[in-house]
Design a protein around this ligand. Sequence first.
Ligand code: NAP
Length: 284
Amino acid sequence: MATDISILGLGLMGSALAGTLLKAGHRVTVWNRSAAKAEPLAAQGAAVAATAAEAVLASPLVIVCVLDYAATRQLLDGADLAGRTVLNLTNGRPAEARETAAWVTGLGGDYLDGGIMAVPQMIGAPGALILYSGSPAAFDRHEPALTALAEPRYLGEDPGLAPLYDLAMLTGMYGQFAGFLSAAALIASERRSVAEFTESLLVPWLHAMAAITPPMGTQIDAADHATDVANLEVNRVALANLETTFREQGVRPDLLLPLKAIVDRRVAGGHGAEDLSALVEELR
Ligand SMILES: NC(=O)c1ccc[n+]([C@@H]2O[C@H](COP(=O)([O-])OP(=O)(O)OC[C@H]3O[C@@H](n4cnc5c(N)ncnc54)[C@H](OP(=O)(O)O)[C@@H]3O)[C@@H](O)[C@H]2O)c1
C-alpha cells in the first residue's frame, strides 16, 4: 500500500533509500542541505521540500540519513515532531540513540533507530538487512513500507539496540578485514598473487571458520570454555609463529598483536587448556 514517507539527507545512502521507496510506489518527499542532490529524485517523482521542517510536516514517517547525530538533531530542531515517527538511519552510538529517542518522544513523536547492514547498491535487493529498535507500535505501523528497503529485523524497545548490534556487526567485519589485510601482506611479501590466494584458499577457509563461531557463541553464553577443537596453548604457539614470520618477511604484524597479547595473558593466567571462546572473559 502506498504511504507518505519523507527522507532527510540525500547522500549516497539517503538517495538510494528515497529512490527505492519511489520505485516501490510510495509518495516520497525529500530534503537535503545542498538542494542539488534532490534533483534526480524529483525527476523520479519525489516532492522536494524547501526546508527540513516542511519535509517533516509532509509525512507521518520521517527517515533521517545524514553524517551523524549532531546533524540529525540540528536539522530536526524546531520541526513539529508531534504525531510523526522519526526513523534515524544515521550511524551512531547506543547512548546517542537513547538521547535522541527521549528528545523526540518529549516533543510528541515516536522514535525508531536503525542500522543499515548494506551499501547503497544493495538497498531494495535481496541480501540487504536493516536492524531496528525503539517504539514497537511505530515499527508495527511502518514495517510494511520499510520492507521495500531491506529485510527488517526488529531488536526491541530500547532504542540503543540497533546501534549496538550495528556496531557489533561492524566489529566482526573490521576484524575480518584486519585478518584479510594481514594475510594479503604476508602473501604479497613473497610476490605471490593475493587475488588467487584469496579466492581459492582464504575465502573457503574463512567460510569453514565462520561455521564454528555459533557453537563458540553458545559456549560464551554459558561461560563454558572447555574445548575439543583447539586449546589456547596451541593458539598461543601459532600466534607466536605468526609474529616471528611476519617480522622475518618484513611485514608488520600490528593488526594481530592485540589478539596475541590477550591470548598470552589468558594462558599466563593458567587457562591454556581453554577454548578461544575464553578470550571474551579477558575482554569484558
Ligand atoms: N554509504 C554506505 O555504504 C552506508 C552503509 C550503511 C550506513 N550508512 C550510513 O548512512 C549515513 C549517510 O551515509 P552516506 O554514505 O549517505 O554519506 P554521504 O554520501 O557523505 O552523505 C552525507 C549526508 O549527510 C548530510 N549532512 C552532513 N552534515 C550535515 C548537517 N550538519 N546538516 C544537514 N545535513 C548534513 C549531507 O548533506 P550535503 O549533501 O548537504 O553535504 C549528505 O546528505 C551515515 O550515517 C552512514 O554511516 C552508509
